[in-house]
Design a protein around this ligand. Sequence first.
Ligand code: MSP
Length: 594
Amino acid sequence: MKFSFLTVTRGWKTFYRFQQRGVLSADQRLWSSALKCSRSSSQLCKEKCFYITTPIFYVNAAPHLGHLYSAVIADCLHRWKLLQGFESRFATGTDEHGLKIQQAADAAGKDPLTFCTEVSQRFETLFSSCSVSFTDYIRTTEQRHRWAVEHFWSVLWHKGLIYKGSYEGWYSTQDESFLMPSQVSDALDPSGKEVKVSLESGHKVEWMKEENYMFRLSSFRSLLLDWLVKNPGAVQPERFHQAVLQWLQEDLPDLSVSRQRSRLQWGIPVPGDPEQTIYVWLDALVNYLTVVGYPEKHERWWHVAHHVIGKDILKFHAIYWPAFLLGVGLPLPQVIHVHSHWTVGGRKMSKSLGNVVDPFEHSQMFTNDGMRYFLLRQGVPDTDCDYTHDKVLKLLNAELADSLGGLLNRCTAPALNPAQVYPVFCSHSFPRDRRGRAVEEDYHMVETVRSLSTVVEKHYESMQVYKALEAISACVRQTNGFIQRHTPWKLDRRDSKDVRWLDTIIHLTLECLRVYGTLLQPVVPEISDRLLTRLGVQSQERSWKDLDFLGRYFGTDCSFEGRPLGSNCGLLFSRLETQSGDKQKTMKSKKPAQ
Ligand code: MSP
């Protein structure tokens, strides 16, 4: 798309018209057009669809554990929606423009595009190897993205929401962010020189004075407040929602949305003004629209957009992005899911501290699913979490190897299950009137596992995956307790009553495992696959609607009863060695099921 000088002049006229009409009435028009837009598009998509994104990753450095965490959370939500029968689209990719990328490429002695391509491929390889099942991978250096950004810019321009002005203030190149004086403090750099740094990120800031294009962010303050108040779930968890509301109580100045070309060449030129480059955050945020075909065919997916982001980029997603979208008249994202950060030794990961965790190395050490399980089981969106090798090891050995693996091992081992089948449930042994061999705790377990899917649904839905995993893990422990309590290996196989009771114990345990395996699919896809395959559950029997726990007890059929078990693919999860080289003391599952 080409823009002539005439287009630019026309844009100016529009802007003056906009000003003459007054900001309030313009606000109202914008608001009602955005609302109209979201109403008509929600009528557009009657079927169940879902669109989830990760932030796009800066390519100035190699991927680290924090990046993998953002991607794994989004992947988990995507897989969860698929499990529920949604059509889901999942986008990730790389953010390749801007000064810091330009500087990183220079430092590496490479031309920027070659440099970006190399690092972008490392992100793509990492995600593919960790089962991050994205459906779209976007790079901001792609032509389709450039068109989308140019179009987006031109809509803002024609609506009079961008004007030429001058910006004077602090800028952090590391964060690609403009800062108010109150967000800056004094510090000393490693050589002892006095510098100014961002209070939030600690990154160095510089004073910048430039002629550039400004976006009328200030006129969106009341609209943004209105959106957040009317949509209390728009930014989750709640504390981040409150943080955005708090920011909006303060001054919201207009935003500089371009840099002089002489200072920044690596970016998309402003349409109609090649002397200016579009601000990297405006460029980057539009990626979410590019993926779904903006400007021609984005409606179907756009109104079901969910963003996963880290807490450091909240302002860009919950203030700038909604303001831009209101400006162009597009619906706002449904939910912005915010997560906190991983620290190492209590400190932010950084190259200079030498505490960056390499996700390639660690997912090899702990397996891909092991890494995913740890990040999602220990990562609490509300607060930062500290990463230690020891914690990973202990958690995975306890919950995946011993508890879950041990349970599967127990009821599929030939010693206890010589026929290698999903045995028959006997309702005399485990009757609803509680007059059989089952005891009170067993009934309690059945009720807990029956309601597990509802609990898990609630937590997956709100991205509190650690709570879902906590609930599943508690149930696995209860099921191990059930087996332990009834010591089925002591039952007499010559006694038909004992045999019926033994079969019932195994049937019930396998049913529990089927539920756990199904519910764990979004988190540990490979382990779940091994588990369900071993139980003989076919791939088309693994969705949310197939859960139907313990039909034989609750009065329906059980299509698994009497079926042969699936093939034995070995240990569900092998115990990990401690750093001293010893295997930790095992519970009951030293050997794979034979
Ligand atoms: N390029 C921007 C995003 C643009 S989206 C339109 C960016 N990139 S980033 O590579 O710096 O960060 C990408 C994601 O990684 C962010 O969600 C960020 O919060 C996350 N993490 C970076 N360090 C992290 C930790 N130490 N822990 C957890 N996540 C962290 O920002």
